[in-house]
Design a protein around this ligand. Sequence first.
Ligand code: ADP
Ligand code: MG
Length: 272
Amino acid sequence: DTESGPAASPRIIALANQKGGVGKTTTAINLAAALATSGLKVLLVDMDPQGNASTGLGVGYDARRSGTYAMLEDGARAAAVVQPSAVPGLSLIAADTELAGAELELVMADRREYRLHDALAQIGADYDAILIDCPPSLGLLTLNALVAAQSVIVPLQCEFFALEGISQLVRTVNSVRQSLNPALKLDGIVLTMYDRRNNLSELVADDARSFFGDRVMETLIPRNIRISEAQSHGQPVMNYDHRSSGSLAYQALATEVVDRLGLHAVRKGKAS
Ligand code: ADP
Ligand code: MG
């Protein structure tokens, strides 16, 4: 942080919503893959002990080596726990099996809210963007993500009660900004599992727009079976079926995110 100005630091984006099943992990994987394919060097950090982002990028439970937990324990290990993915330009820090205990163990740690921030400071300069997939809670793991990030993107599932609990998330983001991380911005709401044949989807979209205004992304992520199939094959949807509606939507979302957040390649040359 001290030696590099804002232009050189990577944009760290947390995908957060304390509700489960809203599309955080799906958005983390597919947005990360689309950003990497557009030429940015991207790192995805799996902060959810369930490890769905790791599985969705082909790193199954049995293949979990040292990952997020090892890095939170000792930030100096950050570079060592990064692994490549099948997508050129996209690297992963997987959820290791010990991550399940981290929420409790971190309570006793020094700088407990800054563990992820401090670790990513070791390797941030290697990436143009770092995406963090948060667990479905507002506990210490999500707090670490919000302290490390400059940007929060909130996936909202177009379902009943989509906005329930959202004011608590907004309060948490505001209080992190006022105390631990003044740089934090709630940059976007992504409407997921949108079904244009269902009026409910349009109602949720209207509600979200009246609550969040133009922070709601224009790109709508449709409900598309190829998206979940891709995940069960350990692939981003653009690798699994690049012409599917889900793949096109996540590519459009990547373009919109690049635009809105002003993401750009800070490193010279294309990622390997
Ligand atoms: P979260 O990380 O918020 O818990 P997930 O991203 O894991 O949510 O999504 C929950 C489930 O919904 C997963 O099985 C995923 O494959 C599926 N899913 C997510 N987005 C879509 C979509 N646009 N179309 C179809 N299925 C989806
Ligand atoms: Mg998830």
